[in-house]
Design a protein around this ligand. Structure first.
Ligand SMILES: NC(=O)c1ccc[n+]([C@@H]2O[C@H](COP(=O)([O-])OP(=O)(O)OC[C@H]3O[C@@H](n4cnc5c(N)ncnc54)[C@H](OP(=O)(O)O)[C@@H]3O)[C@@H](O)[C@H]2O)c1
Length: 227
């Protein structure tokens, strides 16, 4: 089976993506929570934990060096805090960029030879905040705009090597991250109004299974009121 590495697979959209690809791919489950990764791996037919702290670039390089070929790389790991720019410290800017942008760029760079070898697919989980930057979303929206730019450059540079790059832009999704966001916003948590992580994972699966002659560059997903 083709090999897929999913970051942020211990929870939320990443875990749902692992479940969505479990029947068709051998899975490496990225994340830090080793118990959660082990529990998910035990549930799936062909998956193993890939526990790496994404800000530890030496650990990342060591883990990536084990992969000589990689068919699918899904970047789902991310962090989000909401609040006014007046309260956004340099530390918040740095920590947001460190996970949402720098780790994505560094992990992809380390895995480019493996991705080229497989003519692989890279899926970057972006956000509605990467399409429109609204008050309160400063560091997060900026990091996701940066992620769009990164994806566009990567696509342009690596398409000739057979690599396809898809940015996926979900709206609010029912995960731990959204609970943090709603707490920051001081609003109720209303999961019925949000996307299910499984629905976002289904779109990621669509990107992974795009026909050979198709390059799905962007998928934008909004929730609609059905529940
Ligand atoms: N939820 C939403 O409403 C929403 C909407 C649009 C876009 N998104 C995007 O979707 C992606 C997934 O979000 P989610 O809602 O699934 O988030 P989540 O439930 O909070 O999960 C975040 C994941 O990122 C991993 N992670 C965070 N920091 C890490 C680090 N330093 N090293 C390694 N792994 C790290 C976590 O691993 P551990 O728990 O193991 O540490 C966890 O698996 C993110 O890129 C987010 O920006 C989310």
């Amino acid at each position: 089976m083709p090999l897929a590495l999913i970051t942020g697979a211990s929870r939320g959209i990443g875990a749902a993506t692992a479940r969505a690809l479990a029947d068709t791919h051998t899975l490496l489950l990225g994340g830090r929570d080793e118990a959660a990764l082990a529990a998910l791996a035990a549930e799936l037919p062909d998956a193993r934990p890939w526990p790496v702290e994404l800000t530890d670039h030496a650990a990342l390089a060591a883990a990536a060096a084990e992969l000589s070929t990689l068919d699918v790389l899904v970047h789902s790991a991310g962090v989000a805090r909401v609040g006014p720019l007046a309260a956004a410290s340099a530390d918040l800017w740095r920590s947001t960029y460190e996970i949402n942008v720098v780790a994505v760029a560094e992990l992809t760079r380390l895995l480019l030879p493996a991705l080229r070898a497989a003519r692989g697919r890279v899926v970057l989980v972006n956000s509605g905040a990467g399409k429109s930057a609204n008050p309160g979303w400063g560091p997060y929206a900026a990091s996701k705009f940066a992620l769009t730019a990164y994806a566009d450059v990567l696509r342009g540079e690596e398409e000739a090597a057979g690599i396809r790059v898809t940015s996926v832009f979900p709206g609010r999704t029912d995960t731990d991250m959204q609970r943090v966001v709603r707490a920051d916003e001081g609003g109720d948590y209303e999961p019925a109004k949000y996307l299910r992580p499984e629905s976002v994972a289904e779109s990621i699966r669509t990107a992974v299974f795009a026909a050979d002659d198709a390059h799905l560059t962007e998928l934008v997903i909004r929730s609609r009121p059905v529940r």
